[in-house]
Design a protein around this ligand. Structure first.
Ligand SMILES: [Ca+2]
Length: 336
C-alpha cells in the first residue's frame, strides 16, 4: 500500500467533516472528561490539545460490528486456514524473505527467532505490509474506548498509550491509520506494544514499524524474544490419532500445562525427537472432513501472545512451515 501524506489525510478528513459527518463530542461525556484529566494530570498533556483530539474522533459503526465478530471466533479451522495458507500468500512471503534476507538473518542472530516465523506474522497480519488498515487509529480507539463497554477499559488504556506513543515518536495522532482495533503498521502493533517492543532495527534513530519493514522485522522478533520464544524448540506436531471432545488431554485455555510424557503414556504418536519434559497441550481443530489433533508446545503458546487464538497461531505456524527455504517442491519433508 503506497503511503499517503499526513497532509492529504487531514484534507480528506476535513472534507468528510464538512460533508456532514458528525463528531461524537466524546470530550463532553463524563468518560471523555475523566480521560482528559488523566492525560493532563498523569502525563502533562495540555487539556485543550486532548479535548480537540477527542472532539475530532468519530464513532465508526463498522468498527463495532467488526470487533463483535472476529474471524478467530466465527470460523472453523478449515475456513480460517484457507484465508492464510494459499499459494499467493506463500509466493509473496518467499519474495519478502528474499528481499529482506540479510535483515531476517540478523534478527535471528539477535533475537533467536526464525526468519520464516517473522515473515509469517507479517504475512498473516498485513500481507507483508500491503494492507495495514484504513481506519484512523484515533477513531478506532475512541469508538472502542467510549462506545464499546465490554472492552472500554482496555481501549481507554490503548488510547492513552496511543497519545503517549505519538508524542514520543513525533507522529500526528490525527493522521495515523490502522486496523479497526487500532493496530498499526507491518506487524499490526497496538500502541502499548509499540511503546514496549518496537525497535530501531536499521539504525536511523527512529523505531518506525508503520512504514519501515526493517524496523518491523526487528520489532516482531523482539516481541517474540520478550515473550520467551525458545530457539530450536518445536512449535507443534500433528498427531495421527483423534481424541474425543472432552478428553482431559485436550486441556482448556492456551497454556501448555501438560507434558509430552503425558501424551506418550496415553499411547499417542509424538515424534521421537521431542523431549518428554517439554510442556505441551493437544488441541483439536475442525478440518474439512475430519478433526485434526495437534500437540502444541511452548513456542505455539508464544505465538498466541500475539493474538490469543489457536487458529491464529496455527495459521502462522503453517504459513511459516510453507515459507521455510527448500519447501518449494518437497512439502513432505520431516520437520527440522
Ligand atoms: Ca529505524
Amino acid at each position: 500500500m503506497p503511503s499517503i501524506s499526513p497532509v492529504l489525510i487531514l484534507l480528506v478528513g476535513g472534507m468528510l467533516m464538512s460533508a456532514g459527518s458528525v463528531a461524537n463530542q466524546y470530550e463532553r461525556t463524563p468518560e471523555g472528561q475523566a480521560f482528559i484529566s488523566t492525560m493532563v494530570e498523569d502525563f502533562g498533556f495540555e487539556a485543550g490539545r486532548v479535548e480537540s483530539l477527542l472532539g475530532d474522533a468519530k464513532r465508526q459503526d463498522s468498527i463495532l460490528e467488526s470487533i463483535s465478530r472476529p474471524a478467530e471466533k466465527s470460523l472453523e479451522w478449515h475456513s480460517y486456514r484457507d484465508i492464510f495458507i494459499r499459494p499467493d500468500r506463500i509466493a509473496q512471503g518467499r519474495e519478502f524473505m528474499t528481499t529482506y534476507s540479510a535483515e531476517l538473518t540478523r534478527a535471528r542472530q539477535e533475537f533467536g527467532v526464525p526468519p520464516e516465523i517473522i515473515a509469517a506474522i507479517i504475512g498473516v497480519e498485513t500481507w507483508y505490509g500491503r494492507y495495514r488498515g484504513n481506519y484512523r487509529v484515533l477513531d478506532a480507539l475512541a469508538t472502542l474506548a467510549f462506545d464499546y463497554p465490554p472492552r472500554s477499559r482496555f481501549f481507554r488504556s490503548e488510547l492513552e498509550q496511543f497519545l503517549l506513543m505519538t508524542r514520543e515518536q513525533g507522529l500526528d495522532p490525527m493522521a495515523l491509520k490502522g486496523s479497526y482495533a487500532g493496530a498499526m503498521g507491518y506487524g499490526q502493533f497496538i500502541s502499548s506494544s509499540y511503546r514496549h517492543y518496537a525497535v530501531d532495527f536499521d539504525g536511523d534513530g527512529v523505531a518506525d514499524i508503520l512504514e519501515n519493514p526493517v524496523d518491523a522485522i526487528g520489532s516482531v522478533a523482539n516481541y517474540f524474544e520478550k515473550h520467551r520464544w525458545q530457539p530450536g524448540e518445536p512449535v507443534a506436531h500433528r498427531l495421527e490419532e483423534d481424541l474425543p471432545a472432552g478428553s482431559p488431554l485436550l486441556t482448556k485455555g492456551l497454556k501448555p500445562n501438560l507434558q509430552v510424557a503425558d501424551y506418550r503414556q496415553a499411547g499417542l504418536s509424538v515424534p521421537a525427537s521431542v523431549d518428554d519434559r517439554l510442556p505441551a497441550r493437544a488441541i483439536r481443530l475442525k478440518g474439512e472432513n475430519e478433526h485434526e489433533v495437534w500437540l502444541t508446545y511452548r513456542n505455539f503458546y508464544v505465538i498466541t501472545r500475539y493474538n490469543h487464538s489457536h487458529l491464529y497461531a496455527m495459521a502462522v505456524y503453517q504459513l511459516a512451515e510453507a515459507l521455510k527455504p527448500g519447501r518449494d517442491r518437497s512439502e513432505k519433508q520431516p520437520d527440522g
